[in-house]
Design a protein around this ligand. Structure first.
Ligand SMILES: [Zn+2]
Length: 189
């Protein structure tokens, strides 16, 4: 098993000193330019694939990069969206799906999720796209459709709707391909 303590020691010995000035600045400043909504999948690392430094991305990661449509009974995701837009003033929101997504695979292939009722409910609740598709590659089709659906869900959040109306924010849909490292835009997200 990977030794996290060793990783921390390595960070403190090598990485942190090289970015000491940046961290000194960030100690009192939090001005990320982008809200990045990605999958919790360990292979999709927002800062790595966008070449971002600490302090640049405000990140929400959920199973299947799902953002439920706004509901008054706020949850942690809605609160994070609101905070990013209203308090931090991000100028861009990216929803990033990815190849080989476990959540989308479970949906596309109608996996039996009876042993994971919370996951089943989550995938249902977030209104992830239907499995109706003529595409031969059901998973990659659903990954893209799901990104579109989540961008639409984001727009239902009042803070996002206000920022959109004020032309203060732009919404983007991406798909990250793990095998090639390519990031492609989802049209008309
Ligand atoms: Zn995923």
């Amino acid at each position: 098993m990977y030794d996290l303590a060793e990783g921390i020691a390595l960070f403190q010995r090598d990485t942190f000193p090289a970015k000491a000035d940046l961290f000194a600045h960030l100690a009192t400043t939090h001005r990320p330019h982008t809200l990045f909504v990605g999958c919790s999948d360990a292979r999709v690392v927002p800062e790595l694939i966008t070449g971002s430094e600490p302090g640049e991305l405000f990140v929400i990661r959920t199973a299947g990069n799902l953002v439920p449509a706004y509901h008054p009974a706020a949850d942690g995701i809605a609160a994070s969206v609101e905070y990013a837009v209203s308090a931090l003033g991000v100028s861009r929101i990216v929803v990033c799906g990815h190849s080989g997504c476990g959540a989308m695979t479970a949906l596309a292939e109608n996996h039996d999720l009876s042993a994971m009722p919370t996951t089943a409910e989550w995938l249902r609740r977030a209104g992830a796209s239907s499995t109706e598709t003529v595409d031969t590659d059901k998973v990659s089709h659903l990954v893209r459709e799901n990104v579109r659906a989540q961008v639409a869900n984001l727009a239902t959040h009042p803070a996002v709707a206000r920022a959109l109306a004020a032309h203060a924010i732009t919404l983007h849909g991406w798909v990250f391909d793990i095998a090639s490292g390519m990031v492609s835009a989802v049209d008309n997200p």
